[in-house]
Design a protein around this ligand. Sequence first.
Ligand SMILES: Cc1ncc(COP(=O)(O)O)c(C=O)c1O
Length: 383
Amino acid sequence: MLSFVEQPSRWAWAEVDLDAVAYNVTSLIDSVAPASVWAVVKADAYGHGAVPVATEAIAAGADGLCVALVSEGVELRRAGIDTPILVLSEQPPETIADLLEYRLTPTVYSPDGLSALLSVAAGPVGFHLKVDTGMQRVGIQPDALDAFLDTVADTGGRARIVGLSSHLATADEPDHPALVTQIELFERLVDQVLEHGAVDPDQVVVHLANSAAALAHRRAHRSVVRTGIALYGISPGPALAAQAQLLRPVLSLRARVSMLKTVRAGTSISYGHRHRFERDTAVATIPIGYADGVRRQLSATGAEVLIGGHRHRIVGVVTMDQLMVDIGDQAVSVGDEVVLIGTQGHETIRAEEWAERLDTIGYEVVCGIGPRIERVLRPSIRT
Ligand SMILES: Cc1ncc(COP(=O)(O)O)c(C=O)c1O
């Protein structure tokens, strides 16, 4: 569980810029209209804080929210959020009572999932049907669709399809051939569902696009786009970096210098003594480590932090709670602010920079910033 504070209790914290969330939501709404935007706030809003991000996104015009787990939807409802909340995959039967009690919208794609839902629901229940168009993760297989629609029809109105969805596997690679294949298959399957007569075409919400498709593939927009990473101002992948530059990064990761020393040429540092200084220099210790999401291998990739608006390299392996930085001859004091992700002066380190160094994606960088890092909301009070 993340904690939100006005004043961090340690010299390492994350700041979450809610104005940037509002800006990103508004930009997305403008660019995908007439489709509407549903904010994907699973995994604690990708490490940014589900309740504050969801609240901000709704205030900025998002029409719905998406979560991965029933417990995530329950948290939002308990915080007083009344907007539609879609649970993106089928969930364990033991969570269905909560799902219904808290008015979450289920996604269903199997006969077992449907009967589990109906065995708990007292009255008619609406659900989104997810079809697998090529992600091969979850969703009904196209050749099983007609039989499933018959099963739904046989419930005599107890189960109602109120949404149709699928998920794209390669939207962040605009030239990947699977992208168009998936979009075309989805279009055919939507027609198949409508022709079957199992849904009311005026009532059903149709959605396929994630952030990458929302930013770059208008044909995938349909009635709703489900955007996660774009809300947080992070690019879905290198091919969409230009589009993401128009968004504002929401999260910054900050710390303070906790100790300073000078070291002589020939000195080695940190576990394994993997870094050896070639010259006399100064070293700053920063009290944040891999238990907070600053991955151990970052130093081996040449990763840097910002101090006084200048880039400085992390030296030696990152330890669990602390890391060290070569600050050369820059004048630095204990307590000076360090930016690991974010902007200081004219320099910026984006989550995408870490992602590239770590051979991963920006999603994993921000989701990896652990609960020991308190989140400071900016602005702290909404008027
Ligand atoms: C089913 C589904 N829809 C939408 C999203 C949002 O994707 P993105 O963060 O790329 O916008 C996700 C995220 O993983 C997802 O699993």
